[in-house]
Design a protein around this ligand. Structure first.
Ligand SMILES: [Mn+2]
Length: 425
């Protein structure tokens, strides 16, 4: 338990929780062994929080910060440490370069250790210009028509890897804003070929134990085309780079009603699912709380992940899970706790699916039974199971109530100020 945080269980209603847990065990027919097994599984499902998620996000219309935002990398690590202490569901932090360049890697390592955290992936940024940079990315980065600009973007990615090495990261995530806003601007084939070549150069510069994740997005900021719009393009680029390049699925990076669970299944089949960015959306890249809008879809995605993990013929690499959301209205810390709870809820429900019965029903084309088996798991109330998982690993039974009862946000405002702004936003 993080020593700077007071005991998180002392003021919780343990008795009430125990009653709820007994109900849950009865309803789900869980004996102690099965309960322990589920808790171990849920406990090992850890999701990284990115360094840019601790401040208030905004829209292009405005930003309404709550105050007490972390002013530097150390304070961001402290915030993730707090979320980890309360939830025991996020044991790593993902860094954005150049927003969060560690000035003293040894000191950062020490702070991470104190907070029981590690560095997950490092993320490059060629979607905006930095004050000291020579060339602009207005018309793209890795796809650019000008070799000098491409080289600048490639060098930036290599520099990001160098920062990551100092912090024991082993994953570079590349998301490109490269695309076009109007027909005719991009020569689609040439822009793709230049991007592929740039990614290969970055890939070759990475140490041999590093992985590259290639994220796709169908639109925005390019409203007519993006160079990497879909999983197929990411897949092709990964294959061209090599075994250590894989596809990253961001839930918000799909057109409305896309069957994301099928994409996940397909990538597992190809052994190319490398990373996952969780968020919630109704229309596009809304970056809302994970599971807030489409909990059934989230469950179906986890169902694919769990069946993939159970299938011995699938040899997919370890998937890097991260929350990639923006908190416009909610307190960022509460929102992240919300998301972690919803993610684990979907995972726990997917673990409850009767796979053998489902397999049989699928073989017999018993459509009704197939759906009922999934619904039986999806409609289970796993909240006591998640609370017990946190409790056993030293977290809080009810993290948001704890956060509020201890007035953590007002304490942060007192310490950091009402107008503190998280770097990068
Ligand atoms: Mn993302």
């Amino acid at each position: 338990m993080n020593s700077s945080i007071p005991d998180v269980t002392s003021d919780q209603d343990v008795q009430h929780h125990e009653k709820m847990l007994e109900c849950c065990k009865t309803t789900l027919s869980l004996d102690e062994a099965r309960l322990g097994h589920l808790i171990d599984k849920i406990n090992s499902f850890q999701v990284a929080v990115p360094s840019w998620a601790l401040g208030t996000g905004g829209t292009r219309f405005g930003r309404f910060p709550a105050g007490g935002e972390p002013r530097n990398l150390d304070e961001k690590i402290e915030d993730v440490g707090l979320i980890q202490a309360l939830t025991r569901a996020t044991n790593s932090i993902s860094l954005h370069i150049p927003w969060d360049i560690p000035k003293d890697a040894t000191a950062v390592q020490q702070l991470l250790k104190q907070q029981e955290l590690t560095i997950d992936s490092v993320n490059s940024n060629t979607f905006q210009d930095q004050p000291d940079q020579e060339f602009s990315y207005k018309f793209g980065s890795l796809c650019h028509t000008d070799d000098r600009i491409r080289k600048q973007a490639i060098d930036h990615n290599i520099e990001v890897v160098e920062h990551g090495i100092k912090l024991n990261s082993k994953v570079l995530t590349v998301w490109l804003a490269d695309g076009s806003n109007f027909p005719g601007h991009h020569h689609f084939r040439k822009a793709f070929a230049r991007t592929s070549d740039s990614l290969q150069q970055i890939y070759r510069a990475m140490p041999r134990d590093w992985n590259m994740l290639i994220e796709y997005k169908p639109y925005e900021p390019g409203f007519y085309s993006t160079v990497i719009p879909d999983w197929g393009t990411s897949y092709q680029l990964s294959q061209t780079c090599g075994d250590r390049a894989n596809v990253l699925v961001d839930l918000g990076h799909h057109l409305p009603n896309t069957n994301i669970e099928q994409i996940v299944g397909r990538l597992l089949h190809f052994r190319r699912l490398g990373g996952f960015h969780f968020n919630g959306s109704h229309y596009g890249d809304d970056d809302l709380t994970t599971g807030a809008i489409k909990p059934y879809q989230l469950f179906l995605i986890f169902h694919e992940l769990v069946t993939g993990a159970n299938d011995k013929s699938i040899n997919n690499p370890t998937v890097a899970y991260m929350i990639d959301a923006s908190h416009n209205i909610k307190d960022p810390i509460e929102d992240l706790i919300n998301s972690l709870e919803n993610i684990r809820s979907a995972y726990a429900k997917a673990l409850l699916v009767d796979f053998k019965a489902l397999e049989l029903a699928q073989k017999e084309n018993d459509v009704v039974m197939c759906e009922q088996i999934l619904q039986a798991a999806f409609q289970s109330d796993v909240r006591p199971l998640l609370a017990e998982t946190r409790f056993r690993s030293g977290g809080s039974l009810d993290p948001i109530s704890f956060f509020r009862a201890k007035k953590i946000r007002s304490n942060l405002i007192t310490k950091r100020g009402k107008d503190s702004v998280a770097t990068g936003l």
